[in-house]
Write a protein that binds this ligand. Structure first.
Ligand SMILES: [Fe+2]
Length: 475
């Protein structure tokens, strides 16, 4: 069970989010949105559908998407009315979403959004065969957010160049995944506009799914409110947490997308979730993974379970969700948040890859479970999977390969046996080091999730006495 004792942390986060948001809000007016723009595609869990979102001028309240296999819309034109997701009078834009239906596999479609007054440019995408594809190719992008507000335009342009280069190098991608912290100020329309300026040129053609990071959270509700309004994601998640949690199937691959930011306790403090919801969500993750018989099971979330540097949220993810991933025999977990590239060894069968696609970097560190760590390098990951193997290759912005790993299919009819958990080995790497002491102190200070490996003196409690005893064991 998840414990609530992070009120102090919540207010620190609240202040950290509010201060830049307030200063930004006073300095900004209209975003000069005069017509349909910023189209973004997302797949749905129907193989015959494709969702599209976009912005238009504030005064536009009704819109639609038109699509056809004819590039000039001369025949066979279909039209779907859009939903108005947001009408932002402060920043001067309307946000829309619509879902194209009755699509045929392996077919190129042309589409435009808007209305008879003004249509967007014509974009195109090519459907895959999500229902029965025997292979797939995906791009993963860790944190895209900028490091400096004053250099945000330039930093996003650099990021845009990276994803455009990736799509040029790998034009046959089926879709992309983003691991959260797409923007720095999650409730700032200015930030999202900067993101869209560089994301839409690629993601108006290549469908993308995303999870929210801590920077997408709204300090008032703890929910990633603008993220949820601007994206149109699968809605098969737990009740009350749809689109924060969801899963998506493509061919022989099952992808589970999670909002690890719930462990920041912002939603708990705001009353948008309860203590019991932690268990409900954990059960949803376990059931969703168990219900899939796909060859490959991939998890996407923002925070790592296996951190590069000590992180309170990672402690919670490690204690609460990592055992679920092991039980479900997950193959690959994609994450970000710590602004370093890091790939772990397979830990109880699960390989963790941390990516960063933007230009905000933190320093690498030495951790025992890392098989590859690269600092200060923007990167993207290409994941190719067929019935025989799943390969993850990291590339830098020039398209140079940085790291690669190949994973073989698991026989999930057999439950593997792993060495017994070692009391005090919080990171589960098989030995007790100072990293475990750091993790335990962090867990104690934040009253993070209890696990038996934390109870070093076996008195039924986790407190500073356990950290003391664990540190003595290193002498
Ligand atoms: Fe983050």
């Amino acid at each position: 069970m998840k414990k609530l004792k992070k009120t102090g942390l919540f207010f620190c986060v609240l202040v950290a989010i509010l201060i830049p948001t307030m200063s930004w809000a006073g300095a900004t007016s209209s975003l000069d949105i005069t017509g349909p723009c910023y189209e973004m595609l997302s797949p749905t869990n129907s193989a015959t559908e494709m969702a599209v979102t976009w912005w238009d001028a504030l005064e536009v309240n009704t819109a639609s998407v038109q699509y056809s296999t004819s590039s000039n819309f001369s025949s066979g034109v279909f039209s779907v009315a859009a939903t108005l997701s947001k009408n932002d009078t402060t920043n001067g834009y309307s946000a829309f979403a619509a879902t194209m239906t009755n699509l045929t596999a392996d077919t190129t479609y042309y589409y435009r959004v808007g209305n008879v007054t003004a249509w967007s440019d014509t974009n195109s995408f090519t459907t895959g065969d999500a229902a029965s594809a025997s292979s797939l190719s995906i791009m993963y992008l860790g944190d895209a957010q900028y490091a400096s507000y004053n250099a945000a335009v330039e930093e996003y342009a650099t990021w845009g160049s990276l994803i455009n280069g990736a799509y040029t190098k790998f034009p046959n991608l089926d879709f992309a995944l983003m691991g959260g912290d797409l923007v720095s100020l999650g409730q700032s329309a200015v930030d999202w506009q900067r993101f869209y300026n560089n994301a839409s040129p690629v993601f108006s053609k290549l469908p993308v799914l995303a999870v929210p990071g801590n920077h997408e959270s709204n300090a008032t509700s703890g929910k990633p409110e603008l993220f949820l309004k601007l994206f149109d994601l699968p809605t098969n998640g737990p009740t009350g947490f749809e689109e924060e949690f969801y899963s998506y199937d493509y061919g022989n691959c099952h992808i589970v997308c999670l909002s690890s930011s719930i462990f920041l306790d912002e939603q708990l403090a705001a009353g948008t979730m309860t203590e019991a919801d932690f268990d409900t969500i954990k059960q949803w993750i376990a059931s969703d993974l168990a219900d899939s018989d796909a060859t490959w099971k991939i998890v996407v979330m923002h925070h790592p379970a296996y951190a590069v540097v000590s992180d309170d949220t990672a402690v919670d993810v490690l204690a609460n969700w990592a055992p679920v991933f092991v039980n479900a025999q997950v193959d690959l977990v994609l994450c970000g948040h710590q602004h370093v590239y890091m790939r772990t060894e397979a830990i109880k069968g699960v390989t963790y890859v941390m990516g960063v696609s933007g230009s905000k970097f933190y320093a690498p560190a030495t951790v025992s479970y890392s098989e590859c760590m690269i600092g200060y390098t923007s990167n993207y990951e290409i994941i190719n999977a067929d019935s025989n193997s799943l390969t993850v290759t990291a590339y830098d912005s020039t398209g140079t390969s940085l790291d690669t790993v190949t994973i073989k299919p698991k026989n999930r009819t057999i439950t593997p046996t792993w060495p017994e958990d070692i009391v005090g080995d919080l990171n589960g790497d098989g030995s007790i080091t100072s990293a475990d002491v750091t993790l335990l102190i962090s867990a104690i200070l934040t009253n993070a999730a209890y696990s038996t490996v934390m109870d070093v003196n076996d008195d039924g409690k986790v407190n500073i006495c356990d950290a003391h005893q664990l540190s003595l064991s290193l002498l």
